[in-house]
Design a protein around this ligand. Structure first.
Ligand code: SF4
Ligand code: SF4
Length: 391
């Protein structure tokens, strides 16, 4: 067992962040820079007297682009009046939507996306099968989280991400009315993973999720106690209210003003640090420092996928359950759980069960092996079960 000290934790934290920043910068250069940001809708110049050709010239649209946007059959259609295709507003909407989809397509590194999904399926599947029965020691958990940080974050970059599928879909639809089919497919895949195996994608595959998680674990000894300061479990009613309020605000601003309020502070940009401004860098640094003391603050307080995934988690086939026939009410699982999930599961009075990140800590500390991560139906503890508990 290694001796832990606050100084070691601080040093490891600094070394980890430095490694992520330096290696991600190198990785981004190797992949070659396709911009990973969303296109902003274009301001268009239009008047009733214009032909389609004039309209194209005024707005820098090529003939093939005009053909695609207006579904033209023949070249002579370029001489038709633009007003034949709708009112100014309808045409602007049509063009902006089409351009947004084209730009969206062009910002994607498709090769990287295919490799990343293949890596997600194989790595997450492997971890799921491996950890299903076996104990996950604290050091093994850290190594797995570091491995995921390296593969999904540093090597394969920030895009796509579970959060991006929700955030960018809302922003794109709010600004241009467009729905980008590949993103909806990715979101469906992520939600399917949640349906099948709880928040496994967040637990072991999300770039920012695993980074926050490993930072939190760096500040824990082998008994799941904080090494530096205290680790706080924020009440779920507060974190979830903030998260819901933030998603409503994000959606309203995207629809009303076309602005992506996450973009300047997006923590996924830790994997493309050259795109993080001073304000964004400050926010991300603060978030990562906070991760030493609070479990996954971004996931619990802000992440749009965190919220959507939490809703789908309610119908997940695989989840944590307790066999109360063998449970001796020692509440070691509750104390070791990094958030308030086990507390909510064990106590009948708590209604909403917070996000469970399938970390297996509760199962691994249980002295009677009463906790399972399986398809077993979750039951309520018998009345008075914990009254005799020493804690
Ligand atoms: S909740 Fe956390 S782990 Fe899940 S997508 Fe959001 S940032 Fe990633
Ligand atoms: S300790 Fe158990 S209940 Fe808590 S987050 Fe981890 S797996 Fe979920």
């Amino acid at each position: 067992m290694t001796k832990s000290s606050p100084l070691t934790t601080i040093s490891m934290f600094i070394a980890l962040i430095a490694a992520v920043v330096i290696l991600s910068t190198i990785s981004e250069k190797i992949w070659g820079g396709k911009p990973e940001t969303l296109p902003e809708p274009t301001q268009l110049s239009i008047s009733e007297e214009m032909t389609l050709k004039d309209f194209g010239q005024a707005n820098g649209l090529t003939n093939p682009a005009l053909k695609e946007i207006f579904s033209l059959q023949q070249k002579s259609d370029l001489q038709k009046s633009v007003s034949e295709y709708g009112t100014d507003d309808q045409i602007k909407f049509l063009v902006i939507k089409k351009l947004a989809l084209v730009a969206e397509h062009e910002t994607k590194n498709w090769k990287k996306i295919v490799i990343k999904f293949a890596a997600w399926f194989s790595v997450l599947g492997g971890i799921f099968l491996l950890f299903r029965k076996q104990k996950v020691s604290p050091s093994r958990r850290k190594i797995t989280l570091l491995f995921s940080t390296l593969i999904f974050g540093i090597v394969l970059g920030a895009d796509p991400s579970p959060m991006g599928t929700v955030k960018d879909a809302i922003h794109l639809f709010g600004t241009s009315g467009a729905i980008f089919p590949p993103r909806m497919i990715a979101l469906t895949v992520f939600l399917l993973i949640v349906f099948l195996a709880n928040k496994y994608i967040c637990s072991w595959g999300c770039q920012v999720g695993v980074l926050q998680d490993v930072i939190f674990r760096l500040n824990q000894n082998d008994k799941y106690k904080a090494i530096l300061g205290n680790q706080i479990k924020l009440p779920f009613v507060i974190t979830n209210s903030v998260r819901i309020g933030f998603l409503v605000l994000f959606t309203l601003v995207a629809f009303l003003w076309g602005t992506d309020i996450i973009e300047p502070f997006d923590p996924f940009k830790i994997y493309k640090p050259l795109h993080l401004g001073i304000t964004g860098g400050g926010f991300v640094a603060g978030l990562l420092i906070l991760s030493l003391f609070v479990y996954r603050p971004w996931c619990h307080l802000f992440c749009p996928f965190g919220l959507v995934g939490w809703i789908v988690e309610k119908i997940s086939l695989t989840k944590v359950s307790v066999a109360y026939e063998t449970c001796i009410a020692c509440r070691k699982c509750e104390s070791a759980c990094p958030s308030t999930v086990m507390s909510a599961i064990l106590h009948r009075d708590k209604k909403a069960i917070p996000d469970c990140f399938s970390c297996y800590v509760c199962r691994d500390v249980c002295p009677t092996e009463s906790i399972q991560f399986s398809t077993r139906k979750r039951s309520l503890p018998p009345v008075g079960h914990f009254d005799k508990s020493a804690n």
